[in-house]
Structure formats: C-alpha cells, structure tokens
Design a protein around this ligand. Structure first.
Ligand code: ZN
Length: 425
C-alpha cells in the first residue's frame, strides 16, 4: 500500500466521523424513551425506580447499615494510601496484598477507577469491606476481618430497549449530547443502510425511527448494544431494517425478507472474456514497460454495453489521456468502481447521476492507452484499489426459506412498533 491510499483511507474515515457528528446533530430534535416491554427474549427491563441506591448493599455483597465512601484512584495512588486513611494497619494491608495476589494484583490499581470503602457507623469507623471496580461490570471484594475474604465478581449486564427518532433539518449544530443518545448509533445506522441510502446525501425532511439496545450495569449506561429495527425515510422512500438471526448468521433484512446489503455483479459485461488480470507488476502493451495493472480487463467488441456492477452515484464521467472515456461509480462509503476506455459514455451518465445495478453506463471501446476494445474494471474498497475478482464482498442472501415464518413474526412485531412510534416529521 502506498501513502496516497492511506491518506484516502484517513479521509474516508474522517468523512464518516463528520457524517456521524452531523447525524447526531439531527438527533437533537428527537425524543427518546425507554419502552417497558421487551422486544427480544434475552433482554430484561427494570423500572429505574426499582434500581437500588447501592448495588453492593442491595445485592448482599456487603452488610447493610454500613457507611460508604466512594473514591476514585488518583495518580500514583496505591492500596496502602487509600486504606491507611481509614486506619487500616500496615500489617493488615500487607496481609491483604499477599492474599490478593492470585485473585487481583493490588499493584495494578488504575488511575481514575472507582473504589468503595464500607465502614461501621460508630465511633470506631472500622472498615469491613473494600471494593475495587476493575471496569463497569467487574469488581473485586475485600472483606476485612479475621477471616480475610477476597474474591472477584461480575455484575449483571442489563439490556434496555430504547427508541429514538428524528428529522433531518437545517439546524445541524444544536445541542448534540443533550438527548443522551449513544454516540455510536449514527455510525451503526450508516453501516446498516450503507447500500440502501447514500448517507452523504441525506437531505432536509429525511427522517428516521430506531429501536436499539443499550447496556446498563448498576443503572449506569455502559454502551450501546445492537440496532434491533430501524426505519429511514429518504427522498420520500421507506427503508426498513430488521435484525434477524438465522442459524448462527445475523443480518439486517427489509420488509420483503431481502438483505439490506447488495452483492456486486461478477463482471460489468454480460458476455466477455478476461484479457488481463489485476497485477502489481504487468508489462504494459502500449507503454512497453512494467507497471502495476490495478484492474481487470474484459475484452469485447466495440459498442458492447457496459453495466455498473452495483447501485451508486456517478462521481466521475469524462476523458483522460490514459483512461480514455471513463466513469467512476461510488456505491457507498466503502466501495467504488471505475470503467475505462469506453468508445462512448451513455448520455445522462454525468457526475451526480444515480444508477442502479445493471444499468448501462457506457460502451466498450479502446480510447486512452488501449490496444484493442476492452473495459478496464477497477475496484476500490475503503479508498484502496483491490482485485475485484478476489475482494470478499459479504453475501447478500435473503432470509432462508426455513426461517421465513419466524422472520415474518419478528418483522411484523418490529414494523408494528416502528409504525406506532410518533411520526418524527
Ligand atoms: Zn486494465
């Protein structure tokens, strides 16, 4: 890979981030609410009011009626420094450190992590338990006293189903974080709809509704789960996406049980033969020297129609000395394809035009650096040129027949829920 490609990748990444940011801006108009019914069998729902004030006391990890000190590990702070403040003796701290070795190395307290000290509500203020939180879910318990007891435990991760909806409008930079929507949701949506919607061209009036998971531990949000179902209205057209698992494969499907992803046509011509394959070092028949050939050549008679191998938008349509008449199609944020040496570009195939898979975009010729009539087919993935014959584009099969009944149920439940959500527009 060369530096130019890396730069392109960086720009593509940046662009997506900017998009995500913009969509978050759009979300400022939306409403979020927790819905009280579960959408999937393995999810649980807990009323916020029933979540206990302190997880460890409520769950019997430590005895009730103790006082609690909540702390955060400071830079270079160690266990001794924390516990000495609570009058735990050096000898006791040493005993804790030794016994803890195989369970959790106390020298590995991380700056910024939380800990809790539980002590008696009397003049002695004797420490009974110390709890260190390794992360949002994992913690270590130190029960002090004669029978020093140390163990690791994991809190239950609770999945809550949330809904969000919004309208794309002109006020992009309104309050972004106010709605407490997970930052990764726009990114998830752009991936789910990568083929169906050109996210670089979402327009004013487009709107969406989403049902998604949020993960909570001890009533604190620790991140986003998956998108369960979504609806996007783009240029007045409806796009549903329903998450469905069949066997061990999961994908997003539309209301007709078709995958939201698209595979590419194998070749841009119906009848053709490959005259030259993708190569990093090929003897150029016209220039008479070795140079990379970053495409696949399909030989065919002059005038043979050339098709776009996937849906997309024309980003280039013109002439250059090497390429001759050529067209470039951007399929989504990940894939682009290019078609060279055309005798003629089809009328209407100009920059910004939208094309569907199989649409004719031009005709075989030998313009530019070419010895005979052929189309040089080039394929980009994340900004880098790759071999179209080798690139692994995920299959885009519809829901399997044996799962159709099950899918129908899920689909009806989900589209029902989406449709019953207030219209964001
Ligand atoms: Zn070529």
């Amino acid at each position: 890979m060369n530096f130019k490609n890396q730069n392109i990748r960086v720009y593509a990444g940046l662009f997506l981030s900017i998009f995500a940011f913009i969509l978050m801006g759009y979300m400022s108009e939306n409403e979020t609410q927790v819905i009280a019914e579960t959408a999937l069998e393995d999810t649980t729902y807990v009323e916020i009011d029933t979540v206990p004030q302190n997880y460890y006391i409520a769950n019997g990890v430590v005895r009730d009626s103790l006082l609690i000190y909540f702390g955060t590990v400071k830079v270079n702070q160690n266990l001794s420094e924390i516990l000495l403040k609570f009058n735990v003796s050096y000898a006791e701290i040493d005993r804790i450190a030794k016994k803890s070795k195989d369970i959790f190395d106390v020298r590995k307290l991380v700056t910024g992590k939380n800990y809790l000290v539980f002590y008696t509500d009397d003049s002695l203020q004797k420490v009974e338990s110390f709890i260190y939180e390794i992360d949002a879910a994992n913690y270590v318990v130190y029960n002090l006293g004669d029978s020093l007891n140390i163990y690791r435990e994991r809190k239950e991760v609770e999945v809550r189903i949330r809904v969000a909806s919004g309208v794309i409008n002109s006020s992009l930079w309104q309050t972004i974080v106010d709605n407490d929507i997970d930052f990764t949701l726009p990114m998830e949506l752009s991936e789910i709809y990568a083929w169906a919607i050109d996210f670089y061209r979402i327009q004013k009036g487009d709107n969406f509704k989403v049902i998604y998971e949020e993960k909570y531990v001890d009533d604190k949000k620790i991140g986003m789960g998956k998108v369960i179902a979504a609806y996007f209205n783009h240029y007045g057209e409806d796009f549903y996406a329903i998450y469905f698992e069949q066997g061990d494969a999961a994908d997003y499907f539309d209301e007709n049980a078709k995958s939201l992803r698209r595979a590419f046509l194998k070749a841009p011509l119906k009848y053709s033969r490959i005259s030259s394959k993708f190569s990093r070092r090929r003897y150029h028949p016209v220039q008479k020297r070795y140079k990379p050939h970053l495409g696949t050549d399909y030989a065919a008679p002059k005038g043979t129609p050339i098709m776009t191998t996937g849906d997309g938008v024309i980003t280039k349509s013109g002439y250059s000395r090497g390429n001759g008449n050529y067209v470039k199609v951007k399929h989504n944020s990940v894939y682009s394809t290019q078609y060279l040496h055309m005798s003629k570009i089809k009328s209407g195939i100009r920059k910004g035009a939208r094309v569907r898979q199989g649409d004719v975009i031009g005709y075989v010729g030998s313009t530019g650096l070419a010895t005979g009539p052929h189309v040089c087919y080039r394929f980009w993935k994340n900004g880098a040129q790759v071999d179209a014959l080798r690139v692994s584009v995920p299959p885009s099969l519809p829901v399997d027949k044996s799962y159709l009944e099950a899918y129908k149920k899920v689909k009806e439940e989900m589209t029902g829920k989406l449709d019953s959500m207030a219209d964001p527009s």
